[in-house]
Every structure is written in C-alpha cells, then in structure tokens.
Design a protein. Structure first.
Length: 72
C-alpha cells in the first residue's frame, strides 16, 4: 500500500503520527497517503516507495510539500 515516509522529528513537528493521513503535493499532483515513520530519513526529506500502485510515474527527486489532513 502506498505511503509517505517521514523522519519522526518531522512528523512530530507536522503533528502527525505513524498511520495518520497526509496530503503530499508534488507540482500539480496531489496524493493522500498514510505516514510511516523512518528514523533513517534525514530531517526535511520524505520518502516514497518505488513501484507501488498509485505512485507509478512520479519523477523523483522532486520538491514537494507534506501537510496534515484535518478531519472534516
């Protein structure tokens, strides 16, 4: 299943925990993805798994923005 990986310190700063839903914007594309915490990721970086359905065709590296999804 697709996800966005974040450093635990970045996740805390963003106000999300493992499994929470986030919004990832890459250019004009937007994805809603759960968070997976990865302490090996450098702060300020996000990781995406390669080749999973729903994430195929994303050209990386790329600048993007991860934000917390607030319940409606």
């Amino acid at each position: 299943k697709p996800y966005v990986a974040l450093n635990p310190d970045d996740a805390t700063e963003l106000g999300v925990e493992d499994g929470d839903e986030t919004r990832l914007r890459l250019g004009r594309a937007e994805y809603r993805l759960p968070v997976r915490l990865r302490s090996e990721l450098q702060r300020g970086a996000a990781g995406l798994p390669v080749g999973l359905p729903g994430l195929v065709g994303i050209a990386l590296p790329a600048w993007g923005k991860v934000t917390k999804v607030t319940p409606s």
